[in-house]
Design a protein around this ligand. Structure first.
Ligand code: ATP
Ligand code: MG
Length: 375
């Protein structure tokens, strides 16, 4: 009876003026609201707590964020339309896009490889730049796979840079490490993002330097995730080969073509051999390397080219660097004696010969080491 009286005394909505209805409603549901508020608060704290924990436990999280920011900056720099939307995986690959203007290599910086440069320009660059010419043809077009191979230090990476500068298309310098992820299946998603990104931005060149380390012959000792990633890569590449509307080239460079998986080699039918330079080529490389240096008139490039049999382009660069450094050493000595003229003297033939001596000694040390089995 008492309860009934109490409930009867409870103010009803109709007793309250319409202005005070919200307050009245809140007061009458206070307990429920309180509970909902607490539950919500616990939910939010749990959500952010778990997110923070996952981020703290994931060592690649920071790297991913940086890659995303870098990718967004790069996309702006290379002028990708802001309407192109990329997934998280594609953004992580996009951080490896190259801004051609940031590369300081062009065709004229490559010495002694005139024929190879010409061939690359005709078979790769020209079809990429002049799509309108052959839009109805089923056979004419840039190759889907290109392989640059040859001994170390002979200009393969340099050629790739010159291609990136000249091609006028997007250029992804794919690092194998960027495709590895500790979570199962993530590597495959990243591998597929390489191709989907290339498709969204096409025409694109996907460049894989030292391709032998990334796509080496598959074997039973391969980790399962690596084997799956390689298989995924090949399948996606096949899709690309059969697609006539997208212009994507996968380009690899290696000094160990024998280690590259046979199935990968099959997908790169256009190959360019970049051999050790011969005497004429060495002279042309020396000419380029010394172009901007102060050299004495007694330097005979023919003579140096003759004496540098078995030198790669990179060896010749090191030889010229050693010769030029001689002038710096001389300068320091003269400064110490108080006889400095205030500027470096010209590089002489003797400096070059000393450079050859140093390089020969270095090569003699390295050669026996390089003949040891790597493993
Ligand atoms: N043909 C060349 N003309 C001018 N410079 C060259 C040439 N070849 C090599 N060099 C010099 O040697 C350096 C190394 O060349 P590069 O990195 O292209 O060699 P690589 O063939 O890619 O070697 P690796 O197989 O070891 O990667 C270049 O930065 C360049 O200075
Ligand atoms: Mg290289």
């Amino acid at each position: 009876m008492c309860c009934l009286t109490l409930s009867d005394n409870k103010p009803q909505m109709s007793d309250v003026s319409p202005k005070r209805w919200p307050w009245f409603w809140i007061n009458s549901h206070r307990e429920v609201l309180d509970l909902a508020f607490r539950l919500g608060l616990v939910g939010i704290i749990t959500y952010y707590g778990v997110r923070w924990l996952v981020e703290a436990l994931d060592p690649t999280q920071k790297q991913k964020k940086e890659a995303k920011k870098q990718a967004e900056d790069l996309m702006k720099k290379i002028g990708v339309d802001s309407s192109v939307k990329l997934s998280e995986y594609e953004l992580s690959i996009a951080s490896q896009l190259i801004v051609p203007s940031s590369l300081d290599v062009s065709w004229k910086d490559i010495g002694g490889l005139t024929d190879v440069c010409q061939e690359i320009r005709e078979t790769v660059i020209y079809p990429l730049k002049n799509r309108e010419l052959y839009k109805d043809s089923l056979l004419i077009g840039p190759p889907k796979g290109v392989l640059l191979y040859g001994p170390p230090g002979c200009g393969k990476t340099m050629l790739a840079k010159a291609i990136a500068t000249d091609a006028g298309c997007r250029f992804i310098n794919l690092q194998a490490s960027s495709l590895t992820d500790k979570w199962y299946g993530e590597s495959q998603k990243l591998a597929s993002a390489v191709f989907s990104l290339a498709k969204k931005l096409h025409p694109t060149i996907i460049f894989i330097d030292e391709i032998d380390s990334f796509l080496r012959s598959r074997g039973t000792s391969d980790h399962e995730a690596t084997a799956m990633m390689k298989a995924q890569f090949m399948t996606l590449w096949d899709g690309l080969i059969s697609d006539k509307n997208t212009q994507i080239i996968v380009m690899g460079a290696t000094n160990r073509p024998q280690d590259v998986d046979a199935a990968i080699l099959r997908r790169m039918p256009t190959t360019f051999h970049i051999p050790m330079p011969n005497e004429i080529q060495r002279k042309s490389i020396l000419n380029l390397l010394l172009e901007r240096e102060k050299i004495s008139e007694d330097i005979k490039l023919d003579e140096i080219a003759k004496q540098t049999n078995n030198y790669s382009g990179s060896d010749l660069k090191e030889l010229c660097r050693n010769a030029c450094m001689n002038t710096v050493k001389d300068h320091i000595r003269r400064e110490d004696e108080g006889a400095s003229t205030g500027e470096l003297r010209a590089v002489t033939m003797r400096d070059m010969e000393l450079g050859i001596l140093i390089m020969d000694r270095m090569k003699n040390i390295i050669t026996p080491l390089s003949s040891l089995p790597l493993d």
